[in-house]
Design a protein around this ligand. Structure first.
Ligand SMILES: *Cc1c(COP(=O)(O)O)cnc(C)c1O
Length: 362
């Protein structure tokens, strides 16, 4: 028998979420960020759902750009980490991928690019405080001029920066980054792209000409204490499995590896077919909720590779074979992530190959 753990991806939710991003983003174009296999939802499936809805896709690897072209997508595709080697340039021209330029080492590769292979579109990454990828604003201006003199580079150069803390709506770091970007790029021609998902929610000043949204498309929020649903987004993934056993245990008996949970009274403990081998986080703490028959029930004991154990005292009608929802509608993945000491993106990206993925239209 195949395993009963299933991740359902809701194509209607993806489209709803893109429309919601668009409503929040005003006139800005939308770059749908589909890196990391579309945050674990499946690159081809998500791209198919959003085809014709997003003006561009953004990926982290040329290989993902190749997959999108192979699936027939003709939109712009931006490679957010840029070319890594000189030979990447010709491949990006062949696939018509937009390159992101963030480091001096990349410039000689661009200067040598063959104009006969077609113009390469380039975005210049400006470091305004994240200190990960990007030129400082003074150098970015020089790079802008240098790129305009290169024969194979498209005349329209994009300007991009990335925020370190945009989910902190009250913090001052993002306002500083916006100001540094404005000042640093003043007078330079070209479209601007500043906002990730949290900035679309909290920093309308940063809208620019394009927004780069990942998380919100999947209904995911990284704003502390708030789920995507709190902002009008719908979860694009439901992760579910089934109860495979119900054990009647007596007071004082212990459950799972190392016996970390001791039954406080005689009680039913359910066993569900999911574990860290599927990508359910081993760090999920006791008390992390799952949904059974629409009711929340807490994890007890350790998450093991294939199984979890659940306190069924609040779900007396639970039976083996009942569906157990780990996250999705009615149980935000953000809640599970918080209980596991991480963010929602980490959980959806972490689904393993053993999980069966299915699409639905809702
Ligand atoms: C991943 C990424 C995004 C998308 O971030 P979300 O929080 O998922 O919207 C945008 N820009 C860059 C450069 C990224 O790496």
């Amino acid at each position: 028998m195949s395993r009963t753990t299933v991740a359902t991806v809701h194509l209607g939710a993806l489209r709803h979420n893109l429309a919601r991003v668009r409503a929040l983003a005003g006139d800005a174009k939308v770059m749908a960020v589909v890196k990391a296999d579309a945050y674990g939802h499946g690159l081809e499936r998500v791209a198919r759902a959003l085809d014709g809805e997003a003006e561009a896709f953004a990926v982290a690897a040329i290989a993902d750009g190749l997959r999108l072209r192979a699936a027939g997508h003709r939109q712009r595709i931006v490679v957010l980490s840029g070319p890594d080697t000189p030979s990447d340039i010709a491949e990006m021209q062949r696939l018509r991928l937009d390159a992101l330029i963030h480091h001096d080492a990349q410039l000689p590769w661009l200067a040598k690019a063959d104009p006969l292979r077609g113009p390469l579109r380039v975005w210049i990454k400006v470091d305004t405080g994240m200190h990960r990828l990007g030129f400082d604003p003074v150098r970015a201006r020089e790079v802008h001029a240098a790129l305009l003199a290169m024969p194979a580079i498209d005349r329209e150069l994009g300007l991009m920066t990335h925020f370190a803390s945009s989910e902190e709506f009250e913090g001052r770091e993002t306002a500083l980054q916006i100001a540094r970007f404005r000042e640093g790029t003043a007078g330079l021609a070209g479209p601007r792209a500043l906002s990730n998902s949290a900035a679309v929610l909290g920093w309308p000043d940063a809208r620019g000409d394009w927004v780069r949204t990942g998380g919100l498309l999947y209904g995911l929020s990284v704003v502390e204490g708030r789920s995507g649903a709190d902002f009008g987004f719908r979860p694009a993934m439901t992760l579910a499995t089934r109860l495979v056993a119900i054990n009647r245990l007596v007071k004082g008996e212990r459950v799972g590896y190392n016996g970390t949970y001791e039954c406080p009274e005689d009680m039913n403990v359910g066993v569900a077919a999911i574990g860290y081998g599927d990508g359910y986080p081993r760090s999920a703490t006791p008390g992390t909720p799952v949904l059974i028959n629409g009711r929340a029930a807490p994890l007890v004991g350790r998450v093991s590779m294939d199984l979890i154990t659940i306190d069924l005292r609040g779900v007396p009608d639970a039976r083996t074979g009942d569906r157990v929802t780990l996250w999705g509608e009615g149980l935000p993945v953000e809640t599970v992530a918080a209980a596991a000491g991480t963010i929602s993106y980490d959980l959806t990206c972490g689904m393993t190959r053993r999980v069966l993925f299915v699409d639905d239209e809702s």
